[in-house]
Design a protein around this ligand. Structure first.
Ligand code: TGC
Ligand code: FAD
Length: 407
């Protein structure tokens, strides 16, 4: 192993990167949080400062998914925070869940992807639609990070329109026979199991738990991404896979089942994007005070102040959206459309903040010495996955007018 590599630094516990992040809180939103929520946030913030920020640039530059983070996420309670403790989850409220996603994505969107897929897209459907046996078999191991899961909805020819999926299964009497493929699946190459959405012979969508090692099931990795480089992405290929009947999720069928999971994940992304924006803003603020041009810190120029003031304004608005949406989630009142508004607004806001922050850093902004370019590239995936920016606009358009404009 080359001297000074990430592995060396991890082993010695040292890194050249320090993490001076200070969280913006212009409207005293902390006053709205409970003691427990603040405790959860500070413990995850400490975790990110110790386990993610010192290494993330190198993982991203080398496109390395740090598999060892899975167990560490389990130990820190990042997987399934809202799942009841009897199944290994955190038994926490939705604002705590949001704060966990905010802190992790402050570190990196790809790391948040790993955690939100495991919690919202794998543990949630098993908890919500699974049998008691399935809950007891899978949830504690997923919560602890002993197993990693993935969620297979998107197909090569069906992204925004998952209802058109071709992956299907046949009832063979004592098992199901699964055929088809999924694409762009986060965690897939390293996953121990996949929650897969497929049509039965009547064309009805069901969730199936497919385990690594089942004959005919493979997970080829997707290479050459410019975004989410520390997250692992792949395909799911099913070639006459015999799936035991007890692996079908019995609690709900139809497209509404995966869309319910997406509500939970999109909610987490709203908070996560906020974390990425906060990191970019904080880096730009500090850099602008230190960088001297024309004998003055660049922070003294009105155009730089305009950028910073607008970033802080948008971050503050997004913080208020997240907090209110979290309350609605906890009361069981949040609608899909409210979640769409938050995901769409906050991810677009974070992308704008990242691009402005990149400009404030000048040439330094394109290097891995600062986190902004990495966040910016990551957010190009976040604005597309879990429903593109325009699909969320159409979800809102449908809500406002009652007219679906998807088709
Ligand atoms: P539509 O006709 O609107 O709905 C079909 C059925 O589903 C019901 N439904 C819901 N049920 C529960 N919860 C929800 N949120 C629901 N939304 C809809 C609906 O009532 C209907 O039920 P029924 O009984 O009448 O059949 O469906 P549509 O085919 O017109 O599609 C609507 C559309 C386009 C909004 C939807 O398909 C969509 O959201 N498309 C975007 C696809 C998407 O977001 N994919 C994400 C894949 S996973 C991912 O990206 C993970 S990235 C993870 C990471 O790394 O962090
Ligand atoms: P398309 O649906 O082909 O859309 C292309 C363009 O057309 C977009 O701009 C879109 O807004 C626009 N468009 C499409 N339909 C309409 C319309 N009706 N009206 C107007 N414009 C429209 N999926 C999973 O199932 N599991 C995962 O874990 C997962 N992880 C991912 C990780 C990464 C890094 C990425 C990039 C994607 C991941 N996805 C995952 C897939 C993701 O959800 C899809 O990419 C997304 O839903 C969009 O589908 P698409 O890429 O096929 O784009």
């Amino acid at each position: 192993m080359a001297a000074n590599s990430t592995e060396d630094k991890q082993n010695s516990g040292k890194s050249k990167f320090s993490d001076p992040f200070v969280s913006p809180d212009f409207y005293n939103i902390d006053d709205l949080l409970t003691g427990e929520q603040k405790l959860v946030r500070s413990s995850v913030r400490d975790f990110v400062k110790k386990e993610i920020t010192p290494y993330i640039e190198e993982w991203s530059q080398k496109a390395r998914f740090p598999y060892e983070i899975v167990k560490k996420f389990g130990e820190t309670g990042a997987f399934g925070p809202t799942i009841p403790a009897e199944y290994g989850g955190g038994g926490l409220d939705y604002i705590s869940y949001g704060l966990i996603m905010q802190e992790i994505e402050r570190g990196d969107s790809g790391m948040r992807s790993t955690a939100s897929v495991q919690g919202s897209l794998v543990m949630y459907p098993i908890f919500k639609f699974g049998s008691e046996e399935q809950r007891r078999k899978y949830l504690p191991k997923l919560a602890a990070g002993e197993w990693l899961g993935c969620f297979g909805l998107t197909e090569p020819d069906h992204g925004s329109n998952p209802g058109g999926m071709l992956t299907h299964f046949k009832d063979m009497g004592d098992h199901y026979l699964l055929n088809g493929s999924k694409m762009w699946i986060s965690n897939a190459p390293k996953a121990d199991l996949a929650v897969v959405w497929a049509k039965n012979e009547e064309g009805r969508i069901h969730g199936l738990i497919v385990e690594r090692g089942m004959e005919g099931f493979s997970t080829p990795e997707t290479h050459n991404k410019w975004s989410l480089r520390a997250s692992t992405t792949g395909e799911l290929v099913f070639d006459n896979v015999k799936v035991p009947k007890e692996n079908l999720l019995p609690g709900k069928s139809g497209l509404g089942a995966p869309l319910m999971c997406l509500d939970s994940a999109r909610y987490g992304i709203s908070w996560g994007a906020l974390g990425a924006a906060m990191d970019c803003y904080d880096s730009a603020r500090r850099y602008s005070l230190e960088r001297i041009q024309f004998d003055k810190p660049i922070a003294s120029f009105q155009l730089v102040q305009k950028k910073l003031a607008e970033m802080l304004t948008e971050i503050t608005k997004a913080q208020l959206i997240c907090w209110r949406l979290g309350k609605l989630m906890d009361e069981g009142k949040a609608t899909t459309q409210q979640i769409s508004l938050a995901k769409r607004n906050n991810v677009a806001m974070a992308l704008d903040v990242a691009r402005e922050a990149r400009q404030i850093h000048g040439a330094m902004g394109i290097t891995g010495d600062y986190p902004v370019m990495r966040h910016m590239m990551n957010l190009e995936s976040v604005v597309t996955y879990e429903g593109t920016h325009d699909i969320h606009l159409l979800i809102l358009g449908n809500e406002i007018t009652g007219i679906p404009a998807f088709k």
